[in-house]
Design a protein around this ligand. Structure first.
Ligand SMILES: NC(=O)c1ccc[n+]([C@@H]2O[C@H](COP(=O)([O-])OP(=O)(O)OC[C@H]3O[C@@H](n4cnc5c(N)ncnc54)[C@H](OP(=O)(O)O)[C@@H]3O)[C@@H](O)[C@H]2O)c1
Length: 263
């Protein structure tokens, strides 16, 4: 994609000049083991939405990283609440990103994985109807699908009265979806945190005060606090992009700016 607002690494070691797509790709990378990465955008005062949606918090640098994280994953995990509310469309990657995946032996597109206990999902929603790869839905053992849903998705039943996320993630890994990117929303993030399944949080902080009202990036039942070390800080015209991860086997330094374009 064309690069607009420069993104620079300011911590741990500043990288001189704007990061190229290959450098950004290397900074986030794919982990060497099964990995769950969560990505959110929030305001400086901690709001998860502006006027009810995430779009008002995002901007060009956040979208650039958002798209790159999609390129890096095998499975794209999203809660039904966010999928319905944000009107998720089919996952698309441009030709360069699809080529990047092919060169590494990955499927051209990640698989969309929806978490829904109720199966209150519309099979005509574009994320299902136009999906380049048949999506999966993690659901309860006895949830009843609406007409037409199983024509466009595969159901993965994992739990008698609630979706057991630990079992669901294990099943994704059994199917080869090792690198999972979760795009929310807050209730799913809260449940993943409570189950101690989160390996990484990528958080964009938008330089604005949303004021009281909107929720946080996490919601649901309280759970124990967990340490998550900061791994890098990127900045783009006042927007901060923070990456926290529990494992340190991360790509430490990006390649030089002259590396061949990859994404
Ligand atoms: N700022 C950001 O980066 C960002 C990112 C994502 C979303 N958002 C915002 O977050 C809001 C949506 O949040 P939300 O409160 O609806 O939360 P959510 O986590 O998006 O969705 C909750 C729903 O997902 C399903 N679900 C989630 N966790 C589950 C679990 N452990 N077991 C079974 N089902 C589970 C359930 O669907 P069923 O009802 O089908 O059972 C549940 O009702 C929207 O305003 C959206 O814009 C912001």
């Amino acid at each position: 994609m064309s690069v607009g607002t420069p993104i620079e690494r300011i911590w741990p070691a500043p990288v001189t000049g704007p990061l190229t797509d290959p450098q950004l790709t290397a900074l986030y990378g794919r982990a060497s083991r099964p990995h769950l990465r969560v990505n959110f955008v929030a305001s400086a005062d901690g709001a998860v939405t502006l006027d009810g949606y995430s779009a008002g918090l995002s901007g060009e640098p956040d979208k650039r990283v958002f798209g790159m994280l999609r390129m890096l994953c095998d499975g794209l995990l999203v809660a039904a609440g966010t999928l319905r509310h944000e009107g998720y469309r089919a996952v698309r990657l441009d030709a360069g990103r699809r080529a990047w995946r092919r060169e590494r032996g990955l499927a051209e597109y990640p698989t969309l994985v929806v978490v829904s206990g109720s199966l209150d999902l519309d099979p005509a929603q574009a994320c299902f109807a136009d999906a380049p790869v048949r999506p999966l839905v993690l659901t309860r053992d006895d949830a009843e699908p609406p007409a037409g849903l199983t024509e466009v998705v595969d159901l993965v039943r994992c739990g008698p009265d609630r979706v057991d996320l630990t079992a669901g993630l294990a099943e994704l890994r059994r199917r080869g979806l090792d690198q999972v990117l979760c795009e929310g929303g807050p209730h799913l993030f809260g449940a993943l945190t409570a189950a101690d399944l989160v390996d990484e949080l990528c958080l964009t902080v938008a330089p604005l005060l949303a004021g009281a009202g909107p929720g946080r990036i996490t919601a649901g039942a309280a759970s124990a606090p967990r340490q998550l070390p900061l791994r890098h800080v990127l900045a783009a015209d006042g927007v901060l992009m923070l990456r926290y991860a529990r494992d340190a086997d991360e790509p430490a330094d990006p390649p030089s700016a002259g590396a061949a374009p990859a994404a």
